[in-house]
Design a binder for this molecule. Structure first.
Ligand code: SF4
Ligand code: SF4
Length: 337
């Protein structure tokens, strides 16, 4: 009799917690939508499986991360979220759309993601608000927000959180909100149901593959997309124009591809993807500099002083490559005409 009573109590306890946690999932989803995120999902904060690690390490060892030495640091943290947040239990993943309306051509040579305020600032600002609200509800809440700023494999977590699949161009593809989305992540110590349990149908529908499509591979002007799911940054225009800290020297040595007119980033493998048809309108913050950049010819960059560049683009992703890289790119494009 006592044992039966115990079983009933335990069952009720489990049910009460499941209901409360499911409610929490819904509350976070509501916050995400209120803030304009295109989608939200949750994955358990477990160590990533061995095949993810092996793929990453082999890309590193083969030199496919080019000069981005930071990608070779903190390796253990990349695969184990518990090393980033003590007691990590859940990974909350949010998609922030940045697409320009179809009718708006991107300014010459500048990738679309860089037309507004720095996405790190914008997205983290919103993730901090979500964390603050979670802390009010659960004083024991502890967590950290990330967006492309720490050793976190955001795309991997987005897939595990049921937000999409990784295309042959290496971007996350969401069947509901397309391909032009930034990924923001909160790693926290709350046990929140995974999307695969909270929304099984959505999770099932998010999975996918590129199938026979090879449009992005064909569209890459420099051959950096070597094959399916295999990108070599040493030949990638985005890498050279944004990340390469030795661009001038590499150009002198002939170690860079033709940029085909690009000055900062490259959208060719993104724009070629048919899933662009599902993009949602991007946040206005991500287009703030669009009117300013529209119609600027390459010589405009040559006439800009460092002081003017720093003032105009103080909150922009363009600061990452810096004016020097843009000018080197202008010169390199002239030589390749
Ligand atoms: S960003 Fe441009 S250069 Fe790099 S892989 Fe994509 S299409 Fe190729
Ligand atoms: S262009 Fe085609 S192959 Fe490339 S990511 Fe999109 S669907 Fe996949």
């Amino acid at each position: 009799m006592l044992s039966l009573l115990k079983q009933i109590i335990i069952k009720n306890f489990i049910f009460a917690h499941t209901v409360r946690d499911m409610e929490l999932y819904g509350i976070i989803k509501g916050m995400a939508s209120e803030m304009g995120f295109a989608d939200f999902g949750c994955a358990a904060a477990e160590q990533l499986p061995a095949h993810v690690r092996e793929r990453y390490i082999s890309a590193l060892e083969e030199g496919r991360f080019a000069g981005m030495a930071y990608l070779g640091r903190n390796l253990e943290k990349r695969f184990n979220p518990a090393l980033l947040v003590e007691g990590a239990a859940s990974i909350l993943v949010f998609l922030a759309p940045y697409s320009l309306p179809d009718s708006s051509p991107a300014p010459a040579g500048i990738a679309q993601y860089a037309l507004g305020r720095d996405y790190h600032q914008v997205i983290k600002g919103k993730l901090f608000q979500i964390m603050e609200r979670l802390r009010e509800m659960y004083p024991r809440f502890s967590g950290r927000a990330f967006t492309d700023s720490a050793p976190v494999l955001e795309r991997e977590w987005a897939v595990r959180a049921g937000l999409g699949f990784v295309g042959k161009n290496n971007f996350l593809i969401s069947k509901s909100c397309g391909i032009k989305n930034f990924i923001g992540v909160i790693i926290c110590n709350l046990h929140i149901p995974e999307t695969k349990d909270a929304e099984p149908e959505k999770f099932r529908m998010a999975a996918g593959r590129c199938g026979d499509c090879t449009r992005c591979l064909q569209a890459c002007p420099s051959g950096a997309l070597e094959g399916e799911y295999c990108m070599d940054s040493r030949r990638c225009i985005s890498y050279h124009t944004i990340e390469n800290r030795n661009l001038a020297a590499d150009i002198r040595q002939g170690d860079v591809p033709d940029f085909h007119g690009r000055l900062f980033g490259c959208d060719s493998c993104l724009d070629a993807c048919p899933w662009n048809g599902r993009n949602l309108p991007g946040w206005e913050e991500f287009h703030e500099n669009y009117p300013l950049l529209q119609g600027k010819i390459p010589q405009w960059w040559e006439s800009l002083t460092q002081e003017e560049f720093g003032r105009i683009f103080k909150d922009s992703p363009l600061l990452r490559g810096g004016l020097e890289n843009i000018r080197e790119s202008v010169l390199w494009n002239k030589r390749n005409i």
